[in-house]
Design a protein around this ligand. Structure first.
Ligand code: 5GP
Ligand code: MN
Length: 336
């Protein structure tokens, strides 16, 4: 449902809004949340961004980051915020279960007007207003469209634009994924017009890591990369112990899954990581191999055609074995 008059009225009459993101928030979820935060602050006195678990530090430079709260560490505050809110924005996810445990707190509030802006496949019908476009490069790009439709582009400040650009640049792999469109570049042109500095943002995001992270990359590629030439596939797997050895910080494995795709024949790359006893999967592909289908079928996951995630309920090495047993089913498609 998309009633623009109604959503405009709801925003103008709201006194307390909350903005919710998915588990393991990334550049697009934090970027879109903070872009929306800066936009809503023009109309609404209280606006609170909430993440299910802590957001990665490589995004800490974004204006408003320090005001976000996470459910994992601040359950009481989050419950209060959600109970009192009259407007809830769900950004960058297509179903409430993507919030993990935060979903419970979300359901405590039955009165608030719910806005959902997202670009994932097969969205659930859980919002009063839903802007869902699977072809959009990023939720940040859709937040721009949302603001533009409400004739609010004059409210786009440098702070808002920096948050918005962050989601666009990270979700498009720096404008290289096929989701990058003319419109994506037009939106960025508008942000540059406002005064954002793309070079500086790139420095903040990509050239701000620790030496341990660089060494973890070397270790992963040298010691934890399996290549399956028969299936044009590769797996990188990292146990909790591996990560601890390199003083793992949230965000340190961001982008790692893309490296095997730089090899000419590799069509699919999988990253398996173990954190706090949980095994997480990241899938990436080149061309028309649909990793979201594989991930949904075997790893309770989903996402986009070429980028998906999921979870595994067995250990890291068992997950590698499970994948190896699944590859033959996809041999034809992986060789197409
Ligand atoms: P990433 O590998 O960067 O964590 O996720 C890649 C894509 O898959 C993102 O668009 C993300 O929203 C989606 N995704 C990641 N984990 C899950 C999951 O557990 N379930 C579903 N449905 N989608 C996921
Ligand atoms: Mn996204």
């Amino acid at each position: 449902m998309k009633n623009w008059k109604e959503v405009e009225e709801r925003i103008k009459n709201s006194k307390h809004a909350v903005i919710l993101s998915h588990r393991s928030p990334d550049g697009d979820s934090v970027g879109s949340s903070l872009a929306m935060y800066h936009y809503l602050k023009n109309f609404i006195n209280r606006v609170q961004v909430i993440t299910p678990d802590p957001a990665p530090k490589f995004l800490a430079w974004i204006n408003g980051f320090e005001k976000m709260v996470n459910y994992q560490d601040h359950e009481e505050i989050v419950n209060q915020e959600l109970q009192n809110a009259d407007l809830i924005c769900c950004l960058d996810f297509n179903t409430p279960s993507r919030m993990g445990d935060l979903e419970k707190a979300f359901h405590l509030n039955k009165e608030a007007y719910i806005i959902n802006i997202d670009h994932h496949q097969d969205p659930d019908d859980f919002a009063n207003f839903q802007l869902s476009e699977t072809s959009a490069s990023s939720t940040c790009q859709l937040v721009y469209d949302f603001i533009a439709e409400l004739k609010g582009t004059d409210k786009i400040t440098v702070e808002l634009g920096e948050a918005m650009y962050t989601g666009i640049v990270t979700d498009t792999g720096s404008f290289r994924f096929s989701s990058t469109s003319k419109h994506t570049h037009n939106v960025v042109a508008e942000l540059i017009e406002v005064g954002i500095n793309p070079g500086q943002i790139h420095e903040n995001i990509y050239n701000n890591y620790s030496i341990d992270r660089l060494k973890l990359l070397g270790f992963a590629l040298n010691e934890r990369l399996n290549v399956y030439d028969q299936y044009n596939a590769a797996i990188i797997y990292l146990s909790e112990e591996d990560l601890q050895k390199f003083k793992f910080q949230k965000g340190d494995t961001e982008g790692l899954v893309n490296y095997p795709l730089s090899v000419a024949h590799i069509r699919m790359a999988v990253l398996i990581t173990e954190k706090d006893g949980k095994v997480k999967m990241s899938f990436r592909s080149k061309g028309d191999f649909r990793v979201n289908e594989l991930s949904a079928k075997y790893f309770s996951g989903g996402g986009h055609f070429n980028a998906a995630g999921g979870i595994s309920d067995v250990g890291v090495m068992e997950t590698v074995k499970k994948l190896e047993s699944i590859f033959p089913e996809y041999e034809k498609e992986l060789n197409a």
